[in-house]
Design a protein around this ligand. Structure first.
Ligand code: MV4
Length: 449
């Protein structure tokens, strides 16, 4: 078992990993930029190393400095969290070359799943349902027209190096195809240095339902049921829940089986997430596979009583998984609390938290790194806390979320607490009748004076 793990991340996920390390009797090393010198993960870790100035490119993305920190502290493993280097194949490789265990996917696996067209081809081989469309990358516009005609409009053009909606275009009729093809490729080239495109039949008003899987070094995998992540704004998840209000026992069985089949086919090791698009007829299609722990992992932990970070560490240390599939026994909802002003188009609101009161009580979990007096730096993403409520039923979990949001006090900055409070009263949310289109029509009600 590892003696010391370096956490190559910051904020709430660094706290999350440090906590499990402490419970497992593993020493923890925090790395931090000069902007994070007063951050909580620095104080909670057994050791802390400053790896550079505020800009991520000079600190949390600076592979040489992170490896150096691991060497001088004699860490035998690195946990990358999510974001930053968590799905960076080069970093996974460098860790391997330095004989430091990367608690995540191998460089080959990251490359294979990171290239969306190749991931899709792999899933087709594995017999996982995929959206009909092109066979791999589209070589030129002439082929693009032909594939669109064969697929039938509307179609979705997608960047193979993409993800999160970048380089993606919905095309409803042939006359719009050329502009879409050119602008999507430009956007993808600019964002990823790669303009490979593939095409799919457009799934209208889909839900985003993902399955948590864990695979071990013996090639076995299990699933830990689903998370509904359809409430998104500009491809940023705002709130997630499990079980999905759209799920049926039969659909869960089929999606869980498909996700396990995918993981076992590629001999996936560690915690991963298979993302699916689900249409209104409950047909599901492979969308992407993420080879990292996800922000929203706590709701799965809550309903199946499972520590996913602990599982990642055990699998990385070669311990076989229990192998049984998990079906949710409870209902759990996560609200991402961001330092953004929902009354001003969610614009960022960094600064000093002058007063903070966190909610608590039965069924309330808060994953956060902030404290009263903490100054949120403007350099990183805006999430300051995850508020998670868990109860026997969805109605009770929503009720608990409302009560917890009403208790949540943050002064000195604006946050999305009021957005989530209004969401919990929205009829389409409360009825569970929402898709990825939900936020397009959502409008904040002005605050009562
Ligand atoms: C789609 C789609 C409809 N049809 N693919 C968005 C980013 C990436 N995860 C894939 N996405 C989509 N792919 C087909 N064939 C609609 C989306 C989509 C979406 C998917 C999940 C969650 C939110 C979304 C918001 C807009 C579009």
């Amino acid at each position: 078992m590892f003696k010391k793990i370096l956490i190559a991340n910051r904020g709430e996920i660094a706290m999350r990993v440090i906590r499990t390390c402490k419970e497992m009797g593993i020493k923890s090393v925090a790395v931090y930029s000069t902007a994070d010198a007063e951050s909580l993960h620095v104080r909670f870790a057994d050791e802390a190393v400053c790896i550079g100035p505020a800009p991520s490119s000079e600190s949390y993305l600076k592979m040489s400095n992170i490896i150096a920190a691991a060497e001088i502290t004699n860490a035998d493993a690195i946990h990358p969290g999510y974001g930053f280097l968590s799905e960076n194949a080069k970093f996974s490789k460098i860790c391997e070359e330095h004989e430091i265990k990367f608690i995540g996917a191998s460089a080959e696996m990251i490359d294979r799943m990171g290239d969306k067209a190749s991931a899709k081809s792999t899933m087709i081989e594995a017999g996982v349902p995929c959206v009909p469309g092109s066979e791999g990358i589209i070589p030129d516009f002439k082929t693009c027209i032909k594939v669109a005609q064969e697929t039938g409009y509307p179609v979705m053009l997608k960047a193979s190096a993409g993800g999160g909606g970048k380089g993606m275009r919905a095309v409803w009729k042939e006359e719009d195809l050329q502009n879409a093809w050119e602008s999507a490729r430009q956007e993808s080239k600019a964002a990823f240095g790669n303009d490979d495109m593939y095409m799919e039949k457009l799934i209208e008003e889909p839900r985003h339902i993902e399955i948590q899987i864990v695979g071990d070094s013996n090639g076995r995998a299990c699933h830990l049921s689903e998370r509904d992540c359809s409430v998104q704004r500009r491809h940023q998840k705002l709130t997630e829940e499990t079980p999905s209000p759209f799920m049926t026992d039969e659909l869960r069985e089929k999606m869980g089986e498909a996700a396990v089949k995918a993981a076992e086919y590629i001999k996936y090791e560690g915690a991963g997430t298979v993302e699916f698009l689900v249409d209104k007829h409950r047909n599901f299609y492979f969308m992407e596979m993420n080879t990292r722990i996800q922000v929203e992992h706590p709701i799965t932990e809550q309903v199946v009583d499972y520590d996913l970070i602990r599982e990642q560490i055990l699998v990385a240390a070669g311990v076989p998984i229990s192998g049984k599939n998990y079906i949710p026994q409870l209902h759990s909802i996560e609200c991402r609390i961001n330092a953004e002003d929902p009354y001003k188009d969610f614009r960022p609101s960094p600064g000093k938290i002058t007063n903070l009161h966190l909610p608590g009580g039965h069924g309330v979990r808060i994953d956060t790194h902030v404290y009263s007096g903490y100054t949120i730096p403007p350099n990183y993403d805006s999430m300051i806390a995850k508020l998670i409520t868990t109860a026997q039923t969805r109605e009770e979990a929503i009720n608990k979320m409302k009560r917890a949001l009403d208790e949540f006090v943050v002064e000195g900055i604006k946050t999305t607490v009021h957005f989530h409070r209004q969401l919990m009263d929205h009829p389409d949310y409360v009825s569970g009748n929402y898709t990825t289109k939900f936020m397009e029509d959502f409008e904040m009600k002005e605050p009562e004076d």
